[in-house]
Design a protein around this ligand. Structure first.
Ligand code: ADP
Ligand code: MG
Length: 374
């Protein structure tokens, strides 16, 4: 690489590793609100982490603390072994993308993308090549002379992304970057951003409230609720092995059963007034538990059907049948009044219609016990 690229950013080469980011005990209090409440986690070089949570869960505050726009009340931010808590925003070497592109409307696309380079004192004639490369990376090669106003929303967001990566920051922060785009464009951009972050070896911390986006894009998800870190793990872990009811409810649809687990012969069973839920594994003694069953694991059978062996069974009455293109969502009122959700393939005929009595069945292996839950 040339001197220019070295000057342009700490990571000059393609695929150079991103930063390692450690958050240790971050706290931010606004009046009565603990916006961020003792969050600690580590993002490894090149990882794509999503901060996921409902509105008000503290995602933006945490991201702005990492960027340096907001000072934490407690805790440390360590990037590549160096505590940057006291380093000003513009010296942190971090790229940022916001939901509202924040492009300068009076500047050309190229001038927008070149802005961070200008701030770093990269000479004008050296900027052009770096700008064009960044534009090509987001598939906007040749768009430099246009005005942002002449671009669609998706293209503007790609310009914002090019601007965020032009100086090759080892860390890219994004706050709901796709929130303003329509669904198709959002999905296309999810794939694009993921490809780009892998190619460049960037460490990315992305904020979203959209669980699908988090599951699709991330190497790791940090689920936040009320400022606290609820669970941190791979998408598969958060979806398949939720450690709390909050996590089970937030990621995907779920059916939760609460009760006492006890032995019945060779089986462990969650005893409920209606139906029975088989629980995988040995149960040494009776204990309280919450069992999670995902809607796609459940089969619907007519009420009178011969019971299958070794399955969980729950009677109910079909209350709704909602067609959703590639799947159908069937709601079933359980005998205790709770509503259960079932996802079926939309192509297969349903053995029931709304108002019918049915039995729901699922294999014990497809349920998950929330550890320590009572
Ligand atoms: P999210 O991005 O997950 O929607 P935020 O980080 O924006 O959440 O907000 C977390 C909590 O902190 C909310 O209750 C919000 O009202 C509060 N909050 C955020 N910023 C401020 C501020 N500058 N002043 C007062 N309260 C704030
Ligand atoms: Mg926010």
């Amino acid at each position: 690489m040339t001197e220019t690229a070295t000057q342009a950013g700490p990571a000059g080469q393609e695929g150079s590793p991103g930063a390692r980011v450690e958050l240790a005990g971050i706290v931010k209090v606004y009046g009565e609100t603990r916006a961020v409440d003792d969050v600690s986690l580590t993002v490894e070089p090149g990882q794509f982490l999503t901060l996921l949570g409902a509105s008000g869960s503290g995602k933006t505050t945490l991201l702005r603390i990492i960027a340096g726009f907001v000072d934490a009340d407690e805790g440390r931010i360590v990037v590549n072994g160096r505590d940057i808590s006291q380093v000003p925003v513009h010296q942190r070497g971090i790229g940022m993308v916001f939901q509202n592109y924040a492009l300068f409307p009076h500047l050309s696309v190229a001038a927008n993308v070149g802005f961070p380079l200008e701030m770093r004192g990269v000479r004008r004639r050296d900027r052009a090549a770096l700008v064009e490369r960044a534009l090509e990376a987001v598939h906007l090669g040749g768009y430099g002379r246009r005005s942002p106003k002449e671009l669609s929303g998706g293209q503007q967001q790609r310009v914002a992304l090019a601007r965020a990566i032009v100086a090759r920051p080892p860390l890219l922060l994004m706050d709901e970057p796709l929130g303003a785009l329509d669904r198709r464009l959002r999905e296309a951009m999810q794939i694009e951003i993921r490809r780009l972050s892998r190619e460049l070896g960037l460490t990315v911390i992305n904020v979203t409230h959209d669980q699908e986006e988090a599951l699709t894009m991330s190497d790791r998800i940090a689920l936040l609720a009320g400022g606290r870190l609820v669970q941190h793990g791979t998408p598969e872990e958060l979806y398949g092995l939720p450690e709390s009811e909050v996590a089970a409810r937030f990621l995907g649809e779920s059916n939760l059963f609460r009760g006492r687990v006890r032995r019945e012969g060779a089986d462990s069973v969650l005893a409920l007034p209606y139906g029975r839920v088989l629980v995988p594994g040995d149960t040494p003694g009776e204990r309280e538990a919450v069992v999670v069953v995902r809607p796609s694991a459940i089969r619907i059978r007519p009420a009178g059907a011969e019971p299958s062996a070794s399955v969980s069974r729950m009677p109910g009455v079909v209350s709704a049948d909602i067609y959703a293109g590639d799947s159908r969502k069937v709601l079933v009122a359980g005998a205790d009044g709770a509503e259960l959700v079932v996802r079926c393939e939309s192509g297969a005929p349903l053995p029931c219609s709304v108002g019918d009595e049915v039995v729901l069945e699922w294999d014990p292996g497809s349920c998950h016990i929330i550890p320590g839950a009572a």
